[in-house]
Design a protein around this ligand. Structure first.
Ligand code: S3P
Length: 429
């Protein structure tokens, strides 16, 4: 098994980094570019493995796409121009690709098959299959459509009113993408507010969508127009260096042009609540807001994280668990059972791996309890094929004493191919 020796016992972190483009926004910009009329250009696209899976699926659906690093051009086909793919659509490790694509394929007259890697094979698909069937799509798959591989035959869709059983932006987005192809208005009620990049993207492509509280309504059969999308930096990638700066001595790190959409900034709220020294300079509030985030070495105390903030930081909980090991007292994370159905069961993988390094951490049914402050030590750890676990453990290394070997580090390429380069820039300056 491939592994790397991590940098450990770092004395300080300093410098500025432009983290790569936002993963959620990159996926959506390709999808909406393909479904609109005209040529869409994307800058600061994330060329990570997940978003490249989205591009290759749309190429298989007959869309002309050219990608050169962070620059992408798409000749949009409109909702009626996609072609039946030759083979199985391979979504790799990407939950966003498969679930949003299902919403798109639900309105297409042809049949398509979808599958991904061994992690995707364990992730629940009923949450999208159920509403899409209600709208009229025929879907089959392992265990009656609970898991991949899936087969979908779309067609004429009817609009629905749907109360989401889980707070999930992927499920919401799949229904919105199907709703855009249905006759009439589709309504979705979210149990808590989740990331709204799909809603913002519909508006950027000239469409209309309404929100009142947690209720969202979209009318079908709207024509979307090609546009230019400039993707802001991914706050979920910035989060690793935000935490790194807070827990490493004598540090000051500036993350440039980071997306500040309020449905994603729970990490900033929690770090402030724990006493972190953070400054945010807003650069733009148009469309997707963005700004620079500066974090310095901080004196931290434990906190409780639960309720409506959870969807606003769901992907940051592994790195927040590490942050909590450097905080005085207890940090309790609740209402986060969704962690069990991410790229890995992130309650199990975080608890298992951080325990190996000496953290005082316990898993619960819907979260974790971390008691700090603990000094971390060396060991052999694994990403378990989960990009965010790999990055969290690499940051843990910075403050650990002793040697750490990280197994399967290449999982990090899913969302942050330049992660280790950026880490070296900060440790060397
Ligand atoms: C995402 C939504 C979230 C998040 C995932 C990306 C998206 O998943 O965890 O990394 O792009 O819509 P859920 O919708 O399953 O909560």
């Amino acid at each position: 098994m491939e592994s790397v020796a991590l940098q450990t016992g770092i004395s300080s972190l300093n410098g500025s980094i432009s983290v790569p483009g936002d993963k959620s926004i990159s996926h959506r910009s390709v999808m909406f570019g393909a479904l609109s009329e005209g040529e869409t250009t994307i800058s600061n696209f994330l060329p990570g493995a997940d978003c490249l899976s989205t591009i290759s699926c749309f190429k298989q659906l007959g869309v002309d796409i050219s990608q050169d690093g962070p620059t992408v051009r798409i000749s949009g086909k409109g909702f009626h121009g996609l072609q039946q793919p030759d083979g199985v659509l391979d979504v790799g490790n990407s939950g966003t690709t498969i679930r949003l694509l299902m919403g798109i394929l639900a309105g297409q007259e042809f049949e398509a098959s979808l599958a991904g890697d061994s992690s995707i094979a364990k992730r629940p698909m009923t949450r999208v299959v159920h509403p899409l069937r209600e709208m009229g799509a025929e879907i089959d798959g392992k265990n009656g459509g609970e898991f991949t591989p899936l087969k979908i035959k779309g067609g004429t869709l009817k609009p629905i009113s749907y109360e989401l059983p889980v707070a999930s932006a992927q499920v919401k987005s799949a229904i919105l993408l199907a709703g855009l192809q249905a006759e009439g208005a589709t309504t979705i009620v979210e149990p808590a507010r989740t990331r709204d990049h799909t809603e913002k993207m519909i508006e950027s492509f000239g469409g209309k969508i309404e929100r009142q509280g947690n209720t969202i309504t979209v009318k079908g059969k709207q024509a979307l127009r090609a546009t230019h999308i400039n993707v802001p930096g991914d706050i979920s990638s910035a989060a690793f260096f935000m935490v790194a700066a807070a827990i490493t001595p004598d540090s000051e790190v500036k993350l440039l042009n980071v997306g500040l959409n309020e449905t994603r900034t729970g990490i900033i709220d929690v770090m402030k609540q724990m006493g972190a020294d953070i400054t945010v300079d807003v650069l733009t509030t148009e469309g997707e807001p963005a700004g620079n985030i500066t974090v310095r070495t901080s004196k931290l105390t434990g906190t409780e994280i639960s309720g409506d903030i959870i969807p606003r930081l769901i992907d940051e909980l592994p790195i927040i668990a590490l942050l909590a090991t450097a905080a005085e007292g207890q940090t309790v994370i609740r209402d986060a059972a969704e962690l069990k159905v991410k790229e890995t069961n992130r309650i199990d993988t975080v608890v298992h791996e951080l325990t190996k390094l000496g953290a005082n951490i316990e898993g619960t049914d819907d979260g974790m309890i971390i008691t700090g402050k603990t000094k971390l030590h060396g060991g052999t750890v694994s990403s378990h094929g989960d990009h965010r676990i790999g990055m969290m453990l690499s940051i843990a290394g910075l403050v650990a004493e002793g040697e750490i070997e990280l197994e399967n580090p290449s999982a990090i390429d899913v969302s942050y191919p330049e992660f280790f380069e950026h880490l070296s820039i900060l440790t060397q300056s």
